[in-house]
Write a protein that binds this ligand. Structure first.
Ligand code: IFM
Length: 467
């Protein structure tokens, strides 16, 4: 491999082997950037509600205005174009398109994504649609949310409303973004909307999210009149044992099962992993599988979206040496690897990114991958003109793109990379306090200013294209 120098002083990147056909993009999601929360017929999502819960979101922030993208979309598309990317990954707000989560499309809401699609195509940027990035209509949560089976069918109906409108121009369709976050953080840990804390509900949510993915994929594919790519995006890390003790190896197995295998095994093998089914039974719960569900969930799809931020180790004992929690469940204690951290206190572990991609290629073969998110929050400081010299973020991106290139060298079929995120935005429970953007947003004026990392990204893309 011939290292290629970049505009980051002193940094060498093994990116030379990335082919000109490799796709480059930037990504966002609806609730994180759009604002206009009550305009053109949009009704509240679970995040609008959750943001009103005292203490749920840092600073009491919410997405009412966010980056005001709903009103600034043409300028934002021009910004995307200026970065020279091939593609832009955005999500569609379900409560904008189908207020309340049932019934016909809201034409005004759908029209926004229609305009966005046209604007992108006119700018030479390929639209990449994610159908669900966490903004469940509140009415569906009131009816039971993702633990309730009917939500899967509601999702497939909604997906078809979007598909019918945009599929004449959009080729790439992602059903769900990070179902682990929806199920685990939303229904078990309670730090994301809707803020519930029930293990059994979380397990039911996993199954119904996957079922919704399968139902929507089957229906979209059946309706497609030309070749299109369908997929799902999972957030994944690596789960290594902290030491070689049986307890730590067991903890790593459980973490890997809960974080990765309970999604990819049913999606690719048509079954939940036997060890996880046994673990759940020991906790008195089970996936609410009905006849035929697993065939639907395992419907063929074309691309696995991989969102990677960091990997970690796991210990099977707590700090006092106990192997079980007070409620009798085995300890699964994450241990963050030593070394530098981002502003989220997430470790920076690019080498584990390579490991993950190679492992996915080995354990779930025959499935092309695209990195649908990767990036970092840092405590950026902007000068008076909004300029940000974010060397930390630039290095993070460079090291992780190099890790992708290294994985490809080891056989992983990775075909594209989206930087998370196009611009600073509403970082869920962290509100506006954490900035992931490669473009700085001044929330008082809504001015956008590309950070140093955005300029590096633009230049790197142009260099790789020249290969
Ligand atoms: O901002 C989020 C995004 O919405 C989903 N993936 C992780 C990002 C950073 O936390």
């Amino acid at each position: 491999m011939n290292p290629t120098t970049t505009s980051v002083p002193g940094l060498l990147l093994p990116i030379a082997d990335l082919p000109p056909s490799f796709k480059w993009g930037v990504a966002t999601s609806s609730y994180q950037i759009e604002g206009a929360a009550a305009e053109d017929g949009r009704t509240p999502s679970i995040w609008d509600t959750f943001c009103r819960v005292p203490g749920a979101v840092t600073g009491g922030d919410n997405g009412d205005v966010a980056c005001d993208h709903y009103h600034r979309m043409p300028q934002d598309v021009a910004l995307i174009k200026s970065l020279g990317v091939d593609t832009y990954r955005f999500s569609v707000a379900w409560p904008r398109v189908q207020p309340g989560g049932r019934g016909p499309a809201n034409r005004a809401g759908l029209a926004f994504y229609d305009r966005l699609t046209d604007e992108l195509l006119a700018a030479g940027v390929d639209p990449w649609v994610t159908l669900y990035h966490w903004d469940l209509p509140q009415e569906l949560e009131d009816a039971g949310g993702w633990p309730h089976r009917d939500t899967a069918y509601r999702f497939a109906d909604y997906a078809m409303l979007v598909f019918d409108k945009l599929s004449d121009r959009v080729d790439n369709w992602t059903t769900l973004n990070e179902p682990w976050c929806s199920a685990w953080l939303g229904y078990y840990v309670g730090v994301h909307a809707p803020g519930r804390r029930d293990f059994g509900d979380a397990i039911a949510a996993v199954h119904h999210l996957l079922l919704g993915h399968g139902l929507a994929t089957e229906r979209m594919r059946a309706a497609a009149t030309r070749e299109m790519k369908f997929g799902i995006t999972l957030n994944m890390g690596t789960a290594d044992p902290a030491t070689d003790t049986p307890a730590d190896r067991e903890a790593a197995r459980r973490a890997d099962g809960m974080g990765l295998r309970i999604y990819l095994d049913p999606l690719r093998k048509g079954e939940y992993p036997a060890d996880m089914v046994a673990d759940l039974a020991a906790r008195g719960t089970a996936f609410p599988v009905r006849e035929g569900d697993l065939e639907v969930i395992a419907a063929p799809f074309d691309v696995l979206g991989v969102n990677y931020y960091f990997g970690q180790d796991f210990s099977g004992t707590d700090e006092q040496g106990n192997t079980h929690e007070a409620d009798g469940t085995p300890v699964v204690r994450p241990i963050l690897p030593a070394g530098p951290r981002t502003a989220m206190n997430w470790p920076i572990t690019p080498e584990r990114f390579t490991d993950l991609l190679v492992r996915l290629h080995r354990d779930y073969p025959g499935l092309p991958m695209v990195i649908t998110e990767n990036g970092a929050a840092f405590d950026d400081s902007a000068d008076d003109d909004g300029n940000v010299a974010d060397e930390g973020r630039t290095a993070y991106l460079a090291e992780h793109i190099a890790a992708v290139a290294a994985a490809r060298e080891r056989g992983a079929d990775v075909r594209g990379y989206f930087a998370w995120s196009l611009m600073d935005n509403f970082e869920w429970a962290e509100g506006y306090a954490k900035r992931f953007g490669i473009v700085h947003v001044d929330y008082a004026t809504q001015a956008r200013t590309p950070k140093r990392s955005a300029l590096w990204y633009r230049d790197m893309i142009s260099r790789v294209r020249g290969n």
